[in-house]
Design a protein around this ligand. Structure first.
Ligand SMILES: [Zn+2]
Ligand SMILES: [Zn+2]
Length: 342
């Protein structure tokens, strides 16, 4: 089969590799399309938790192609998605019932073979039916699942206000799910007007175009538009340190800040500890997900999270490097999907 293979960071090739055979308890999936995400850019540069050689790609929709020994509950041809993440079951965190914090988290497309390939194999317990769901919607299951975990971490209270910095695909999914899970008013902010247009069409309460003046002015205007002295929830969905630094100042007294975007490993930000102390601000991280696929699929099927218009570009597997350049440099890119058949 054809696959994108990184021999090391920055060194990739689209080449022929053996088609994986499903072992006992495993399912082979023929990939229909796989979403390209910011994490893939970090992996390109050797960041996140990448282990090389690596076939990247962790946001996929495909069809069941073959069943390993003992697998029941799936039929060949059924449309499925794959939860890339699995825990070891043996480390202290797994034994404490906190598998997402696993010391040996196995993640397809990160440190296990991923889905920028024609086929992939996964344990049946990581495979979920998305039969009947438009593949352009189902391809968002993994990011929606991460967002669902983020909403669990934030647990918005009824009537709370929320601000999401960053209207990338993830920011838009998160803003929607916050709105359907308690937040009474959600604002999303970004420098790209077309991303805010998509957010507006998908029903986000308010959008704010950043970057017209300096960042301090943006912060003042956002706070002024909060209807209070800031927002109950402030989520950074960018990983950009300059924006992360503004999250605490944008939070209302007693508010919660969530660090959701992937920052560089060595990024640092400045916070004012007195302000966090005196205004009782909570700062939380939200990392990936492990048990959120069922809730994500339910949200997508019920259109509590909508994805219409987010996919802007499609590439074949052979054009992976073009996709990389586009996501890094093309200002009109929102979500790219890679179709290994095209
Ligand atoms: Zn992703
Ligand atoms: Zn573990």
């Amino acid at each position: 089969m054809r696959a994108v293979v990184y021999d090391s960071p920055f060194t990739l090739e689209v080449r022929e590799v053996p088609t994986p055979e499903p072992g006992p308890g495993e399912v082979r999936v023929a990939v229909l399309q796989t979403g390209f995400c910011g994490t893939d850019l970090h992996l390109h540069a050797g960041g996140f938790m990448g282990a090389y050689p690596l076939i990247p790609g962790h946001e996929t929709v495909g069809v069941v192609d073959a069943l390993g020994e003992g697998v029941t509950g799936f039929t060949v041809g059924e449309q499925v998605t794959i939860n890339p993440n699995a825990s070891c079951g043996l480390c202290p965190y797994c034994r404490e019932g906190r598998p997402l914090l696993c010391d040996d988290l196995r993640a397809k497309g990160v440190n296990r073979p991923g889905m920028f390939a024609e086929y992939t194999v996964a344990p049946a317990r990581q495979v979920f039916s998305v039969d009947g769901l438009d593949p352009d919607v189902a391809v968002f299951t993994e990011p929606t699942s991460c967002v669902s975990h983020g909403v669990e971490r934030l647990s918005p209270t009824p009537n709370s206000t929320a601000l999401v910095l960053g209207a990338g695909p993830t920011g838009i999914l998160l803003a929607q799910l916050l709105a359907t899970n308690g937040a009474a008013h959600v604002t999303i902010a970004d420098r790209a007007a077309f991303k805010l247009d998509t957010a507006g069409r998908l029903g986000i309460d308010a959008t704010y175009l950043m970057g017209r003046d300096d960042l301090a002015t943006d912060v003042d205007r956002l706070r002024a538009g909060s209807g209070a002295d800031g927002f109950d929830l402030v989520v950074d969905a960018t990983g950009v340190p300059a924006l992360v630094e503004q999250c605490v100042p944008l939070a209302r007294k007693g508010g919660t800040v969530a660090l959701y975007g992937v920052a560089d490993h060595d990024a640092r930000v400045t916070i004012n500890p007195y302000d966090v102390f005196q205004r009782e601000i909570t700062i939380k991280g939200s990392f990936a997900e492990i048990h959120s696929f069922p809730s994500a699929i339910a949200a997508l099927r019920a259109r509590r999270v909508r994805t219409d218009g987010i996919i802007t570009h499609r590439y074949g597997l052979e054009d992976y490097e073009k996709a990389l350049r586009a996501i890094a440099h093309h200002p009109g890119v929102h979500k790219i999907v890679i179709d290994p058949r095209g």
